[in-house]
Design a protein around this ligand. Structure first.
Ligand code: TXA
Ligand code: MG
Length: 318
């Protein structure tokens, strides 16, 4: 592995200014960042991730003032949400300014914008004179990374530098919202709970089937998947032969399955703790000597909704 892992924002800046892509920490998941205004750097992002170019990227910057330069206008509700939740785990789809290359938005007339809440990345963004396009730093279709180790293991041969910001504090990708007339529409459930958004702008619409919606071409059905078969637990009885079964529980072990094969998202039932552990635990189970992984769904509220969304997308379709 030739990648350098460090905390030197000047070094990260130098690589980015040369058109290279760099791993960056955010509060949600690690990103694979490149100069959003440089077509060659953006092309590299798609190549390194093995991602189809019809799946658009999020543009990251460090202030609402700079963000406003990349969009045509901000509806009132967008401004309210920005003031409340940026920096934070929220991405907004807004009418795209011509300065953003079409490659970034896959030809759509909206651009996804976000201000990540991580001190090191905010510092880096502040010393750059361009915004960063950054998808999650995982090979296309696999689980998102929440530590430098996750990034290095899968992309370490392909990128020169990972900025080390420790473990991601939220652990789920940002919540993506768009605006239609006066309505707020959630296109991806994520690290900001819908309940929190509704406190600011009232009732929102949730687009449950964004995978088939042209507004969000990248939200494909099969996503966030481990290599092993992952199945949603529906109260099955397992009998005696459970040595090769892994189990991802919310609060309590499953009594029929070997304890060594089980991981618990949060014994106290804390949604934030469960979200933070989710992707790392999915990876851990994927690397165990087991044949398949059963997962429990959480109650459909708070971050449980986003966690369930990821689990269902990761599950094999029977
Ligand atoms: O938390 C996050 O959002 C992380 C960190 C690194 O910021 N980024 C992230 O990026 O999750 P990515 O590329 O893995 O997921 C972005 C999603 C994709 O499903 C993409 O299709 C959608 O956002 N998207 C981006 N631009 C869009 C647009 N203009 N319209 C609709 N969907 C868009
Ligand atoms: Mg992703």
């Amino acid at each position: 592995m030739k990648v350098i892992i460090g905390t030197d924002i000047q070094q990260a800046k130098a690589f980015l200014e040369q058109g290279n892509v760099v791993g960056i920490p955010t509060e949600t998941v690690y990103g694979l960042a490149g100069n959003a205004l440089d077509i060659e750097a953006v092309t590299k992002i798609f190549e390194v991730k093995n991602r189809p170019t019809f799946d658009p990227l999020i543009v990251h910057t460090n202030s609402i003032e700079r963000l406003a330069e990349f969009v045509q206008f901000m509806p009132e509700k967008a401004l309210l949400l920005a003031q409340k939740f940026m920096p934070g785990p929220l991405t907004m789809l807004l009418p795209k300014h011509p300065s953003i290359p079409d490659l970034v938005t896959s030809g759509l007339d909206t651009v996804a914008v976000r201000i990540p809440n991580h001190p090191l990345t905010l510092e880096l963004l502040a010393i750059l004179d361009f915004p960063l396009a950054a998808p999650s730093a995982n090979p296309f279709g696999y689980i998102s990374p929440t530590s430098t180790q996750h990034v290095a293991k899968q992309l370490g041969e392909k990128i020169p530098y990972i900025l080390d910001g420790g473990e991601c504090q939220i652990g789920l990708e940002s919540t993506i919202v768009g605006f239609e007339n006066d309505e707020v529409i959630v296109y991806r459930k994520g690290g900001l709970a819908i309940e929190e958004i509704e406190k600011i702008v009232g009732k929102v619409q949730v687009n449950e089937h964004s995978s088939s919606n042209p507004k969000a071409p990248g939200m494909l059905k099969s996503h966030y998947s481990p290599k092993k078969d992952l199945l949603i637990f529906k109260g099955e009885k397992f009998g005696n032969n459970t040595d090769k079964i892994g189990y991802l529980a919310f609060q309590k072990h499953h009594s029929e399955i070997t304890k060594e094969n089980q991981l618990i998202l949060s014994e106290s039932g804390d949604y934030k703790e469960a979200a933070k552990n989710l992707f790392a635990y999915m990876r851990q189970l994927d690397n165990m000597d087991i044949d398949k992984i059963y997962v429990e769904l959480l109650p459909e509220k708070d971050l449980g909704r986003a966690i369930n969304d990821r689990l269902k997308r990761a599950a094999v379709k029977l």
